[in-house]
Unconditional design. Sequence first.
Length: 212
Amino acid sequence: MKGLFISFEGPDGTGKTTQLKNVATALRAQGYEVLESREPGGTIMAEKVRNIVLDPDLPINNITEVLLFSAARSEHVEKVLAPAVEAGKIVLCDRFSDSTLVYQGLTRGLKLDELGELRQLNAFASNGLVPDMTLLLDGRPEVLAIRRDARGVSDRYENKGLDFQHSLRNGFLALAEAEPERIKVINAEGTQEEVQDLIMQEITALLEKVKA
Ligand code: T5A
């Protein structure tokens, strides 16, 4: 079987990292080879870019910012993601190109039909790599804020407040509505076990489809 590329998306603190790790463990227990990675990051260079681009104290203009995310993505795809998919692994990635469309596009006032330049940039940076499935962890920002607050971490985007989290949620849901075949909306408000069950149902269905 050729590998699979699955991305995890959603506003900040929805539980993506937690779920990605749990899902990786569950898939390994079923005998699959799994690679876990994240964006921005996944290579030495891209992790350095991550430190720059997520630093809340470092002013960066919008164009520089999107180019930095794209530069990190290009390295990540070429050196890590594409080879792993080619080698037959299930690749689980914490965020990918959809985050660019939402954070650098839709939350900055662009409409769904005005994302052409960002989509081109994504395609260029990822050399055309598109997730086989994207799991969108979704929930009411007021509910999920408790998790973010409990964790106490704050980066460039996480300290922007509840209105911003609403606009992130709306952005991701708009992408999901436009691409329901690829982007599966997962109710992330439940317990870790409940959310994992929903995710595993989607992944199991995908695995059955590619094996058929
Ligand atoms: N970005 C990224 C862009 O702007 N453009 C881009 O192109 C890309 C790729 C990345 C930032 O970069 C931006 C988006 C982001 O702001 P990040 O640190 O990776 O920065 O930020 P997040 O992806 O938001 O990751 P977080 O770690 O902040 O959130 P997660 O991964 O969604 O949540 P997680 O798993 O860390 O969980 C948060 C807390 O909730 C608990 C966990 O234990 C943890 O304490 N939790 C639950 N509690 C109760 N019930 C559950 N079901 C729970 N699940 C988790």
